[in-house]
Ligand binder design. Structure first.
Ligand code: CMC
Length: 389
């Protein structure tokens, strides 16, 4: 079998070729299917970006309309799946509720799960795009003890999600276009990021020919980890702590630099970006505007901006090439929209879904795909005999 390369964390091993997302971490470049993230953020919608990632090209208006209509037709959850939410404790975190319910989709659509049947893959794609945001909103409703509304298919995916998350049966839900537009933008920015931990998980599980629902459910569990999708929540906690303790941002920075109690500047640093995360740049530009309109907590935003300003001028951060990442400002915006902190990673999952689906489909259609099976360097005992008595 020859020598085995040792590469913990896959820092230097490409496990696949891919034509979906391009990142140049040193230059701070991110493109989906060749289109710069800045242009997509400015001109596109989450639905259009989803189509682009999954099918490879921007849709024509007719194609986009057909995609939208198909998704609207599949938003209903099976009534028995709805019953599923009652089985979790009241204070359940919505991420494991989401991954469990997505996994359970395999039990409701048993006759259309074949990864090598293009019709099965297509209907699973639409089902997942339509139902995952509904499941996410129900997981939120479950955690606050409110009734789950039925989807309203006169609304698009993002509008429906907002209404299902915040609407009540007894009153008309007032859609705020500023909020839906801001959420749409954040979902675009999260839609794919090549072979990150959750996406690699989706591919690894899928490489055993597991179906799309099973593979994406595994990806959701990978995203649940605080080193991956949980950082937006951690940033907000850090800002609130600084505010509550009345510490000056300068003093907090000293603690970070001295590595006191392992304190890190949350929302800073990235394995791939050694330059300003282009997604953070876009969010920063809109954070003020959005928070201004939504009445967000300006004091927390001020603390965040002061920390950033100090960090960008500080040798510690310059030498280590630590810049704000996508999570530095998102938590503040989600909070201003009215989402509890437990939902932040769920919002990330809704955004990342088209990326997971696109990567899974690319893998299934790639003749080079083999079952994922890393090697190891054994460090245990040499052969020894079981004691005779
Ligand atoms: N604050 C202070 N120091 C830091 C930070 C930070 N946020 N990030 C890295 N460093 C230091 C680290 O202590 C080390 O210093 P030294 O060379 O003196 O030991 C050096 O920079 C390199 O860090 P590393 O941990 O070896 O880098 P990594 O590529 O393994 O980690 C990271 C990347 C994102 C896990 C890390 O930067 C971090 O923990 N950041 C804070 C958490 C965060 O914001 N995560 C969100 C990532 S983006 C969204 C996603 O992918 O899910």
């Amino acid at each position: 079998t020859g020598a085995v390369a040792y590469d913990p964390g896959f820092m230097n091993t490409a496990a696949t070729t891919s034509a979906i997302t391009y990142i140049d971490g040193d230059a701070g470049i991110l493109r989906y299917r060749g289109y710069p993230i800045e242009q997509l953020a400015q001109h596109s919608s989450f639905l259009e970006v989803s189509y682009l990632l999954i099918y490879g090209n921007l849709p024509t208006p007719t194609e986009l309309e057909a995609f939208d209509q198909k998704i609207r037709r599949h938003t209903l959850l099976h009534e028995e799946l709805k019953g599923f939410f009652g089985g979790f404790p009241r204070d359940a975190h919505p991420m494991p509720v989401l991954s469990s319910a997505v996994s359970a989709l395999s039990t409701f659509y048993q006759d259309s799960l074949d990864p090598f049947n293009p019709e099965h893959v297509e209907v699973s794609t639409i089902r997942l795009m339509a139902k995952l945001p509904v499941i996410a909103a129900y997981a939120h409703k479950k955690s606050i003890g409110q009734p789950m509304l039925y989807p309203d298919n006169s609304m698009n995916l993002v509008e429906n999600f907002m209404r299902l998350s915040f609407g009540l049966p007894a009153e008309q839900y007032e859609m705020d276009p500023v909020v839906t537009k801001a959420l749409d933008l954040l979902l675009i920015l999260h839609a794919d990021h090549e072979q990150n931990c959750s996406t690699s998980t989706v591919r690894l599980v899928g490489s055993s020919n597991a179906n799309l629902f099973a593979s994406v459910s595994a990806g959701i569990n990978a995203l649940f980890g605080p080193a991956h999708g949980g950082a937006n929540e951690a940033v907000l906690k850090m800002l609130r702590q600084i505010q509550a303790d009345g510490i000056k941002p300068e003093d907090y920075m000293e603690k970070v630099k001295n590595k006191e109690d392992g304190v890190r500047l949350m929302g800073f640093g990235h394995r791939v970006y050694k330059n300003y995360d282009p997604r953070a740049k876009i969010i920063k530009a809109t954070a003020h505007e959005i928070l201004g309109k939504l009445g967000g907590n300006d004091e927390l935003l001020d603390i965040a901006m002061r920390l950033e300003e100090k960090a960008l001028a500080d040798d510690y951060f310059i030498q280590r090439k630590l810049y704000p990442n996508v999570d530095f400002y998102t938590g503040l915006i989600y909070k201003a929209m009215g989402f509890p902190e437990k939902m932040f990673t769920v919002l990330f999952a809704i955004g990342r879904l088209p990326g997971w689906i696109a990567q899974w489909r690319e893998m299934i259609n790639d003749p080079q795909t083999k079952i994922g099976r890393p090697r190891q360097l054994y460090t245990g005992e040499p052969e020894r005999n079981y004691p005779a008595n």
